[in-house]
Structures are given as C-alpha cells and as structure tokens.
Design a protein around this ligand. Structure first.
Ligand SMILES: [Zn+2]
Ligand SMILES: [Zn+2]
Length: 318
C-alpha cells in the first residue's frame, strides 16, 4: 500500500498567512552565517539543518488521503478540502474523459471531511465511477444536503459521475477490489465517527481521525487495543495538546501523548500525528512533535515505535 496526505488539518481550512511567511524568512536569515551562503551546496546544507516549520508548512487543507493498493487501485479517504487537489492530480488517469474508477471511504460527515466534494472535478464527469463504502448511515442523503441550493449553486444531481453507495455495518469486513480487506470500528466523537483498518498481504494501515480516547476512563479500551494491534501505520487524531485536551473533554479529539500510549500498548510500528488544530501554526506543530518524541522516550525509549507528523504531500509506503 501507498498513502499520500492531501489534507491534514482539523475543523476548518487554515491557509498560511503572508505575515507567517515573512516571519519564517526573517528567522532563517537571522540564523544564516556568511559561510552558509558561500555556494549552492553550503546553502543546501544550511537549509537541510533547519526545523521543518522554518522551510515548510504542515498545510491548511482539511482531511483527505489517497491510498493505493499494490495494483495502484485508488481509494480516497474522506473529502475535506484536500480533495480538490487530489482530484486535479488524477485527471490524467482516465478521470478527465470519464474512464476513472475509484473506491471511496467516509469516516463521518462533519464539514471538514466533506467540503472538497463540490470542487472535486472528477465527480462532475459522466462515466467516472465511484464505489463509496461507509459505515455511516444514509450517507448519500447527508452528501446531498451539502448541495442544497442554499449552500451551493450546483445541485447534487449535477454531479454527473456514477456513484454507488455501499453501507457496511460496523465490524463487518469488506473488500475493496482484489487486494484490500477493510474493517470499520466506531470511535467516540460527537455525532459518531468510524475508523477503518486496511489490510493487504499482511500489512496494516489504520485511519483513526476524529476520535476521542481517554485511557483512564474507557471501559472498552481492550477491544480498541486489539483493533490497533500491530498496525504498520496508524494515523491518529492528535488535535490537541494534553493541557488542551483536559479542557476540551467531549469535543471529540485526542492528544499526541494519548496517541503515543495507544501506539506503544498496541505495538504499532509507525504513528502519524494527524488532524492538526487550525489555531496551531507550524512552529507550534513542531513543538507538538518534539513533545511527542520526548513523551515516547520517557514512556519506553527502547520501543521501536516511530512517530511522525502528517503534512500535506507526505507519502508513505506500507
Ligand atoms: Zn474532523
Ligand atoms: Zn469530526
């Protein structure tokens, strides 16, 4: 499996401001020594030594991922604003002239997981086929609602591709094409949400965003541990810092330290911190990442768990 992240932000898109870019430039310039600027290779070396936030941005688009199985069959996960650019990137794969085919999986229907649909070019082109799988009940009705004329000028009926909806009750295994076995699990979130576990040739990818975990209080935590067990990659909702998560109980999100606890207990190989809070700038997200690394080494420095931050454009091979 391969995964690409097109939207990693929670709640609302949060584009980087010009002021923030200027601040980054000021900081980088103030750190450079004359010897760093002598040649293109010394400049390159200097740039490589900087923290992620100084040269990059984690990205402002909301949840959307591209998953590919070993035959390059496309599975889209959710439809936040990251979907718009994903759509443009696949036009050459047959989606431009109505020969595209993709599976699509939805976790829930909060805005930040839906708002890319009206700007997803392939969905307007007749002939394209989307097989939509979800444990969300009445998903089609919920997606249609976003296209009521009060909200968007193009009605749902104007999305001329073919869309087949498949409702899968929670916990029932289903297949996406020849290669992927998928399993859904309900997670605690206002209005409900589902996590999905994808398996191909013994490799496991789990997407678990919009999920509030509290290891102290949760009675049924064992069944989740079983669900997360031995995942090669676990994408997890870490919207808040631990202090904030204590203030925002029942808001439906978790923190990086809880995610790390779960990943360590479930023997996960790689944990991806995801669904970044829209109020956190790149520098703060660097801090969230560092704190997660420190927390992991404090809890179990010998565990081989790798922790990474999700950012727009991140690609993983599983
Ligand atoms: Zn969300
Ligand atoms: Zn949500």
């Amino acid at each position: 499996m391969k995964v690409k992240f097109w939207g990693v932000r929670g709640s609302i898109p949060s584009p980087i401001s010009g002021k923030a870019i200027r601040k980054k430039i000021e900081k980088v310039l103030s750190m450079a020594k004359p010897s760093d600027l002598l040649s293109s290779s010394s400049i390159e070396e200097f740039l490589e030594s900087l923290k992620f936030s100084m040269l990059n941005t984690y990205g402002g688009n909301t949840t959307c991922l591209e998953l590919r199985d070993k035959d390059n069959q496309l599975v889209i996960i959710d439809a936040g604003t990251g979907l718009r650019e994903l759509g443009n990137s696949i036009l050459e794969e047959g989606f431009m002239n109505g020969r595209g085919r993709a599976f699509w999986v939805f976790t829930h229907t909060h805005w930040d997981h839906l708002q890319g649909i009206p700007f997803f070019v392939p969905i307007y082109i007749p002939g394209n086929l989307f097989d939509i799988y979800s444990s969300v009940q009445n998903l089609e009705e919920k997606l249609k609602y976003q296209h009521k004329s009060d909200h968007f000028p193009m009605p749902y009926e104007g999305l001329s591709s073919t869309k087949n909806y498949h409702f899968i009750p929670e916990g029932q295994t289903f297949e996406l094409g020849k290669n992927l076995k998928v399993f859904s699990k309900s997670v605690r979130h206002p209005g409900g949400c589902f996590s999905y576990r994808f398996e191909e040739d013994g490799k496991v990818f789990i997407f678990a965003s919009d999920a509030e975990f509290n290891l102290e209080e949760m009675e049924n935590i064992e069944q989740y541990m079983e669900y997360f067990q031995n995942a090669d990659v676990l994408v997890f909702d870490t919207q808040y810092t631990i202090d904030e998560s204590l203030k925002k109980i029942d808001w439906g999100h978790s923190s990086a330290s809880i995610a790390t606890d779960i990943a360590l207990k479930a023997n996960v190989k790689k944990l991806v911190l995801f669904h970044h809070d829209p109020s956190y700038d790149d520098e703060k997200l660097d801090t969230v990442f560092l704190r997660a690394l420190n927390y992991k080494s404090m809890m179990n420095q010998h565990h081989e768990l790798k922790i990474i931050m999700a950012y727009e454009g991140l690609e993983l091979e599983i």
